[in-house]
Design a protein around this ligand. Sequence first.
Ligand SMILES: [Zn+2]
Length: 61
Amino acid sequence: MADIIPFRKPNKEQKSQGKTLCAHDFHKWLVVTDSDFDSKKGRLVTRYRCARCKREKNKAL
Ligand SMILES: [Zn+2]
């Protein structure tokens, strides 16, 4: 029997590195496409979301 099934371990180093970056406030900001209209300020607001920790921030144009 030489049926050795190779199995891949998930790359834990990459995941922990991402969390470390977020913990140090180095987020991977992605623009949320369905941008909100800020009714209070009366202008379009671009929303950003971190790809790793899902934190969001707004940036008025
Ligand atoms: Zn983050």
